[in-house]
Design a protein around this ligand. Structure first.
Ligand SMILES: [Zn+2]
Length: 163
């Protein structure tokens, strides 16, 4: 406060006025803020309208095609959603132990190069994912295989492209 000799009552009134204006309320980070942010997968949509739909909520695990599943898995890597990565990994190839991102790892972006539907229930997606760790840039170029079982797409495995 400044040098003015406001008495206690004035101060209380001012504080009450601030509270009424909402200026004193603390804005807590909420998941809806993240949901309104651009989707990490690179599609021009918010997380909630893009990959977030498949991560949780009424459309949980219902990515409609291999590319959408692949994008939602990339977003899950960015957001450290290990539960989603496990749930969308085919049980035959799912690692027993799936750890979180290394501390300091930053995912920089995803480019889907090709989505190929092989038949009704099999597809491949070729993509490049970029990340950075400790000042070093990494580029993962992979062709992933996906299978649909019981109406749900799963990641099976992938071939890292030669350099
Ligand atoms: Zn997305």
């Amino acid at each position: 406060m400044g040098g003015s000799a406001a008495d206690g009552r004035d101060y209380r009134q001012a504080a009450a006025a601030l509270r009424d204006n909402g200026a004193m309320s603390v804005r807590e980070p909420r998941s809806s803020d993240a949901a309104a942010a651009p989707c990490p997968c690179g599609r021009p949509a918010t997380l909630a309208a893009c990959c977030g739909r498949w991560h949780e909520g009424p459309q949980h695990l219902q990515a409609p095609d291999a590319e959408s599943l692949m994008r939602s898995r990339y977003a899950a890597y960015v957001l450290d959603r290990l539960d989603y990565l496990r749930e969308t990994w085919h049980p035959d190839t799912r690692p027993a132990d799936l750890g979180p991102n290394e501390p300091g790892l930053r995912w920089l972006g995803l480019e889907v190069r090709e989505h190929r539907r092989l038949d009704e229930d099999h597809a491949t997606v070729r993509f490049v994912a970029r990340s950075k760790l400790g000042g070093r840039a990494f580029r993962l170029s992979e062709t992933s295989r996906f299978v649909r079982e019981g109406g749900r797409w799963f990641y099976v495995d992938g071939d890292v492209d030669g350099r």
